[in-house]
Every structure is written in C-alpha cells, then in structure tokens.
Design a protein around this ligand. Structure first.
Ligand code: SF4
Length: 373
C-alpha cells in the first residue's frame, strides 16, 4: 500500500497535462517528473561536453540541454548526440538555421521561441524540421527578456506579461498544428515565477518545465529553487525541472532530486536522515554523514539510512529506515536493520560496516523488485 493511501496529508494531486516525448523520455501526463541540467562546456569541445553529459546522466539526469550558438556547435552536436546516454535538448533561442541544423543533428528537443525566429516561412521551416526528425520543442519565456510590446503594455516584467508571451508563442506552434511542446516561464524572482506558472497552468494543457532562472550559487540557489519549485510541485504543477546553479551540472541534478525526494515525487539513491549533532553525540555525526554521502553515491536503489548521534532520537528514526546507526557510549553504537535493533558496532569500524549493510540491503531490494516484475 502506498504511504499516501494511509497518510493522505502526503498526497500531491498532479495537474493533468498532455504528455510529450523528449527522445525516449516522456514528459507530462503521469510520467515521473524528469530532472534536467545544462552543460557549461564549449559545445565545440566535444570530448569535454560528452564527459559532462555522461557525469550528469550518472548522477540521474533524465535529459541534458546544450547550447548551440553557431554552425560549428551544430556539427559538434551531431557527435555529442551519438554518444549521449540521455536525450539532448538543443538550446537555440532564436536562430532558425541553428534550429533546423539541431533537428537534423538528432536533438530530441529544441529550446526555441517561435515568436523570435522571424517571418512565418522560417517558423514553418523549423517546425517542419522538428516534425521530420521527431523533435519536440520547449518554449522558454524569461522575465528578463520579455518582448518590447509586452513591456510597454504592462510597464514592467510581471506574471501576466510572461503568460501572455508564452500564449503568443504557443499560438504560433498550434496554428502550425504542432503540439509536441512544453513551456517554461522563468524569472529570478521566486514570487513572480510561482505566480506565472500558476496562471500558465490554468491557461494550457501543455507540460510545464519548471525553473528559477539565475538562482545563484550552491546555497542560495538551492534554497531559492527549493522554495520556488517546491511550492509549485507541492501544488501539483510541473512535469520536468531544472535547478539553475552557478555550480557543476551534477550538483543541479542532485539538488533537483533532493527537492523531488522531499515531496515524495521521485526516489533515487540513499535518503540519509541525520541529526544536527550536539554534546550528546556518541560519535562525530557531521563527519560521518559527509563520508557516507560520498561513499554511497553509487547506490541508485531508493532506500533510507538513519545516522543519529544518540538514543534521544536514534531508535525512533531507525524504526522507519532500512539501515540505522545510533550512537551509544564507550566508543560503540547500535545498528538497526529494517527498523529492528540488530547488533552493536564500534565507532572505528562503523562507516565500513554501514556501507556494507546499505549495499547488501540495496541488493535485496533490487532482487525483490526483479522478482515482483
Ligand atoms: S539525536 Fe542526540 S546527538 Fe543528535 S542532536 Fe539530538 S540529542 Fe544531540
């Protein structure tokens, strides 16, 4: 039985959106919320870009976006797509030739705003190329680069102007009978972003790509994204997310998954529950968690691990986790397996032992999942 069935306050009712495909990855409908990032290498540096795509995919990225600013990048894109384990979105913005080249090079999706391409003939050519090559599109409205007529009408960037911009781009695609698109309405301001997405969610059935643009560095960007995206996801809005950080793309993927994990929308890897530690701790909780986070990065099976400094909260948390360790006295603590007290372990050997127990439990869970299939 799902946890949500017995604890209804955990239930998130997702907005019903149309499903599209980004390569082999479904986006929208009842598909899992896809996690994306973007490379920051030079696209023309094919080896470096492929390495970054691969690292993001290893961290769990479902989709990766790559900038295609010139013809040389279009040529590089062909090679990158061939090697990539995940679908690639080509970031075009407005140059229609790049759009056609990217579709021909095998991009799974074009990030392009049809209203910025130019005349109707160019729009038709890009749409035809997308259709011929099974390519979807992402309309990306940004609060910082709204069309002049909308800024004049509304006086300043605001949610209404962003939604109107999105609807204008949508109309162009729909007039050309093209429906394989998703939309984003990003701003660097959390309030404006959340209001724009709420209004857009009511105005279209298309899947929505969530993001807070230029969110900032690792700590501030993570918090902004968790508040902005977290609120929208909690309301059931959002079919794919990208956390924008001035940091390595792998960090963006990790933060994206943590946001989804916190809301019970997706699960991946070991969810570590740990206490902040205090004078009662029986071992160094902070250092232990830092080491375990690194040593357990390879585990993809969803499972939980509690690392608690003392018996104040340790046994209670361990009841609800797959593996648990609670600090005790005299240089040792108690290991819990599947919620039950199991055996004592010395602090000196505890990290290796926990890694072993987690790997063992992951193996059991994977075998059980295979047997159930
Ligand atoms: S669980 Fe124990 S060690 Fe951890 S913060 Fe609470 S009292 Fe301190």
């Amino acid at each position: 039985m799902s946890l949500n069935a017995i604890r209804p306050w955990r239930t998130i009712m997702r907005r019903k959106s149309r499903q599209i495909m980004v390569g082999k990855v479904p986006v929208g409908g009842d598909a899992p919320i896809a996690v994306q990032t973007m490379t920051n290498t030079l696209t023309t540096d094919v080896a470096a870009t492929i390495a970054q795509v691969q690292a993001a995919a290893d961290a769990g990225a479902d989709i990766v976006r790559i900038s295609v600013p010139d013809e040389e990048s279009s040529r590089a894109l062909r090679e990158i797509v061939r090697e990539s384990p995940v679908p690639i979105v080509a970031d075009i913005h407005f140059h229609y030739r790049r759009g056609i080249e990217a579709a021909e090079a095998g991009a799974a999706c074009l990030r392009i705003n049809p209203g910025n391409i130019g005349d109707a003939r160019r729009v038709r050519e890009v749409i035809a190329a997308a259709r011929d090559h099974g390519c979807s599109m992402r309309i990306g409205v940004n609060g910082g680069s709204l069309e002049r007529h909308l800024l004049e009408k509304y006086g300043e960037p605001c949610p209404e102007a962003m939604v109107e911009s999105a609807l204008e781009h949508i109309r162009i695609l729909e007039d050309n009978d093209f429906h394989e698109f998703k939309i984003s309405v990003k701003a660097s301001d959390v309030f404006m972003t959340a209001a724009a997405y709420q209004q857009l969610a009511d105005a279209t059935e298309a899947p929505l790509h969530l993001g807070i643009t230029e969110a900032g560095g690792m700590v501030s960007g993570t918090i902004k994204s968790a508040i902005g995206l977290g609120n929208l996801l909690w309301m059931g809005i959002g079919d794919t997310i990208r956390v924008s950080l001035s940091a390595d793309p792998v960090e963006e993927i990790k933060v994206g998954f943590e946001i989804l994990k916190s809301l019970g929308l997706r699960h991946r890897g070991v969810n570590i529950i740990s206490c902040p530690s205090c004078a009662r701790q029986g071992f160094d909780v902070i250092e232990t968690v830092q080491i375990l986070e690194k040593r357990l990065e390879h585990i993809k099976t969803p499972m939980s691990l509690s690392i608690i400094g003392c018996v104040v909260n340790g046994p209670g948390e361990a009841l609800m986790t797959d593996v648990g360790f609670t600090g005790g006295g005299a240089g040792s603590g108690m290991v819990y397996l599947a919620g039950k007290q199991s055996h004592k372990m010395s602090n000196a050997e505890m990290i290796d032992h926990i890694v072993e127990q987690v790997e063992k439990r992951a193996g059991e869970l994977e075998a059980a999942a295979k047997a159930a299939e």
